[in-house]
Design a protein around this ligand. Structure first.
Ligand code: GDP
Length: 373
């Protein structure tokens, strides 16, 4: 297969489904690998919502995939079913350890997730790997879209890997990912790893839905990257310098010393937890046990201080408010009145004929007058 993009149709889609059901674009490597085909166990036909819920609770991956497909749909008509599924699963959610992983492309995130994931499965865990990539049009399939990544892990029955939703605003992607986390938890996955590319706003979003946030760096990543890192370091619970193998061990240890020093000057991301700095080699597998131990130490410490639970509660509130804000925004931009006058008002602002404050006032006035009836 050539390295071109195409839409990957999920294992199951409703009848007459269009592109709203495309799981994102797979960019195959030049290796000639074909995308992995997921076996479908269930019979064709339309399962009831209750079948999907009970299937997920039994840990059936196909039903889980179906539910996520509905959750990810950009079409409003699938929302009621997706909502009903989420409602049914909700009492069984929340029981996992949610881990966010970020780092620039090439830092070794997927290699690390594969090594860590295989290790966790060997310990008896069930691992789900999800991706958040709102910039999919920019990174062009670099994140989990490439099905040749995490090949060994993807073959494990106790692992569920889901590429990022096909499209949408960060808000939309966030809603989908939060619901997907719940669905995976209800299916018995007790470690959920959420991967994001360290290039922008998405880290903050991932931080708002995970318990532990890991930043993957490499030694000598270049000064030009420090700007990006600084902000992200502030939200990381651990920094791991990856690729600490071969000739690179010494440089990685030096980087570790530098970052250990640097984190002392930054307020910790999690109250009562000193951001840890480690080295590892995802390729060789060294440092991965220590990395997991660090996650466990974090869990123990934050659960005993109560911060773990407090953060989860705040995240739930944050989720609710995000949904409200999103809904209000949608309502605003989809209103016929706003659609009618927005292009003109924008033009006036661009041409300097109207002040932004005046323009905003005009838009809001129009919106409210149209919504009073
Ligand atoms: P991602 O873009 O952050 O997901 O990075 P990948 O996991 O795709 O890794 C990018 C490249 O770095 C690949 O060629 C990997 O084989 C290599 N790589 C990843 N981890 C290590 C490591 O620990 N040591 C070495 N030497 N190479 C690594």
């Amino acid at each position: 297969m050539s390295a071109k993009e195409y839409f990957y149709k999920p294992d199951w889609t409703p009848k007459d489904a269009g592109k709203e059901f495309a799981v994102r674009i797979v960019k195959a490597k030049e290796s000639g690998e074909n995308p992995v085909k997921i076996e479908v166990e269930f019979k064709s036909g339309k399962p009831e919502t209750s079948d999907i819920i009970s299937g997920i609770l039994r840990g059936n991956r196909n039903y889980l995939a179906r539910a996520i497909t509905l959750i990810e749909s950009n079409s409003q008509k699938h929302r009621p079913v997706a909502n009903a599924i989420i409602r049914g699963l909700l009492p069984n959610g929340g029981k996992s350890l949610r881990i966010g992983i970020t780092g620039i492309p090439g830092a070794g995130k997927s290699t690390l997730i594969e090594t860590l994931g295989l290790y966790l499965i060997s310990l008896g865990h069930k691992v789900a790997v999800l991706a958040i990539d709102p910039s999919s049009s920019i990174s062009r399939g670099s994140i989990l879209g490439d099905k040749t990544r995490m090949e060994k892990l993807s073959r494990e029955p106790n692992c569920f890997i889901r590429p990022s939703p096909s499209s949408g605003t960060l808000g939309g992607v966030t809603r989908k990912s939060r619901e997907t986390i719940l669905a995976c938890e209800a299916a018995g996955y007790d470690v959920i790893i959420i991967e994001t590319v360290g290039v922008g706003q998405s880290e903050i979003t991932v931080r708002s839905m995970v318990d532990f946030f890991l930043l993957v760096l490499i030694a000598g990543g270049g000064d030009e990257l420090q700007g990006i890192k600084k902000g992200i370091i502030e939200i990381a619970d651990a920094i791991v310098i990856n690729k600490a193998d071969g000739d690179n061990i010494q440089r990685s240890n030096m980087a570790k010393a530098e970052y250990t020093n640097a984190v002392h000057y930054i307020a910790p991301a999690t109250q009562g937890w000193q951001t840890s700095v480690m080295t590892c080699s995802a390729l060789v597998g060294s440092g991965v046990t220590e990395l997991w131990q660090n996650v466990l130490d974090f869990e123990k410490s934050t659960k005993s201080s109560g911060f773990f639970q407090k953060r989860r509660k705040n995240q739930a509130l944050d989720w609710m408010l995000t949904l409200v804000e999103e809904e209000i925004k949608n309502h605003f931009y989809n209103s016929a009145d706003i659609k009618e006058i927005l292009p003109h008002v924008k033009k006036e602002v661009i041409e300097g004929k109207k002040l932004p404050t005046e323009a905003a006032e005009e838009l809001l006035k129009r919106f409210y007058s149209g919504n009073q009836a």
